[in-house]
Write a protein that binds this ligand. Structure first.
Ligand SMILES: [Zn+2]
Length: 96
């Protein structure tokens, strides 16, 4: 009779992954959003390398890049993130 053998399949030991700091952009859809976090300042900068969206967020020190990104997305959908130049197209009347 088998008594639960202490025989485990060896699980591949994964090296501790660095939390990715590049996220998909809610504005342009590209995976080009980077999170820079200055713990000293308690301030994070989130910017997109594609559409140049840029925002500074005050964040508590316990926040990780993912949390900051989540905050950024929230703010974006609340319309509190300025999308900067080039995203809002002014209707250009090119009538001649
Ligand atoms: Zn973008």
């Amino acid at each position: 009779m088998r008594m639960g053998k202490k025989y485990r399949k060896k699980l591949p030991v994964r090296p501790p992954k660095k939390i990715p700091s590049i996220f998909p952009c809610p504005n342009c859809g590209k995976k080009a959003v980077k999170v820079f976090y200055d713990r000293g300042e308690g301030e994070a900068v989130v910017s997109c390398g594609n559409c140049k969206i840029y925002v500074k967020i005050k964040v508590p020190p316990i926040f990780s890049a993912v949390d900051i990104y989540g905050r950024f997305v929230d703010l974006f959908y609340e319309g509190k993130v300025e999308t900067g130049s080039g995203t809002v197209e002014n209707a250009q009347n090119r009538q001649s």
